[in-house]
Design a protein around this ligand. Structure first.
Ligand code: NUP
Length: 211
C-alpha cells in the first residue's frame, strides 16, 4: 500500500486542525513544518494528536551533532513520531538524529534529493546517491525523493532497497501521483489538498493510491 501523507503548510492553527480532521479518514500521516509551527506554535501537535495519525516533523534538521540532538529531543518530546533531516551535513550529524529517534521509538527520513527545479544544482552529479548511501549506512528509516523526477526515484530505490521512500512534489509542483505512487512508500501532498475547494474530497480522490 502506498501511503498518502498530508503536508499541512497552513499558518492558521484552527484552519490547519480543521482541514487535518476532515482529511483524516483518507490519509495515513500528517507532515508539519516551519510554516505551521512558527505561526501556530508547538501546541498544534497536541491539536493534531487526537487524529490518531503519525505526525512527521519536516524541520530538515541540518546542524552539528549536538544541535541536531537538541532539536530531535525537542521534536520527540513535543509528540512527533518522525523527523525529516538533511544528509549533506554528514554521517555524525545524521547518526545523532537516528540515535535520538530510535531511543524514542521514532523514525528519521533523510532528504536525498529535493523536488524543486533548483535542486539539480547541487543534488545532481552523484550527491543524491551519496546521501542515500549515507542514509542507509546511518540506519535511517528512509529517504525523501522527488516526485517531480520519477527516474531519480528509481535510481535512489536501487540504493536504499526496501527502506521507506516518501515523495513530495506531486500536483502543484508538477509530479503525477499515479506515476509516483507505484515507485514509493508514501506520497506527500500539500497544496493540491489544502487549497482545494473541498480538501476532504480531494484527499479522498487521491487516496486511490492507498489501494
Ligand atoms: O524535496 C522536497 N520537496 C518538498 O516539497 C522536500 C520537502 N520536504 N518538500 C515539502 O513537501 C515542502 O516543504 C512542502 O511542505 C511539501 C510539498 O508541498 P506541496 O508542493 O504539495 O504543496
Amino acid at each position: 500500500m502506498t501511503e498518502l501523507i498530508l503536508s499541512l503548510d497552513l499558518c492558521d492553527r484552527r484552519q490547519a486542525a480543521s482541514i487535518a480532521e476532515s482529511c483524516a479518514p483518507y490519509i495515513d500521516a500528517v507532515k508539519v513544518g516551519y510554516p505551521l509551527v512558527l505561526s501556530a506554535g508547538l501546541g498544534i501537535v497536541q491539536d493534531l494528536a487526537g487524529l490518531g495519525l503519525p505526525l512527521i516533523a519536516d524541520f530538515k534538521v541540518a546542524d552539528i551533532p549536538n544541535t541536531n540532538r537538541l532539536i530531535c529531543d525537542a521534536v520527540f518530546s513535543a509528540g512527533f513520531d518522525a523527523v525529516i533531516a538533511h544528509g549533506f551535513v554528514g554521517p555524525d550529524a545524521v547518526r545523532t538524529c537516528v540515535e535520538v529517534a530510535h531511543d524514542r521509538g521514532g523514525a528519521v527520513y533523510v532528504v536525498a534529493e529535493m523536488s524543486h527545479p533548483g535542486a539539480v544544482e547541487f543534488f545532481h552529479g552523484g550527491v543524491a546517491e551519496r546521501i542515500a548511501t549515507l542514509a542507509v549506512n546511518c540506519r535511517a528509516d528512509g529517504i525523501i525523493a522527488p516526485a517531480t523526477r520519477p527516474d531519480r526515484i528509481g535510481r535512489l530505490r536501487e540504493i536504499v532497497g526496501r527502506r521507506t521512500i516518501y515523495s513530495p512534489g506531486v500536483g502543484t509542483q508538477g509530479g503525477d501521483i499515479d506515476t509516483v505512487a507505484g515507485l514509493v512508500d508514501g506520497v506527500i501532498v500539500g497544496r493540491s489538498i489544502y487549497e482545494a475547494e473541498d480538501p476532504a474530497a480531494e484527499a479522498k480522490l487521491l487516496s486511490r493510491i492507498r489501494r
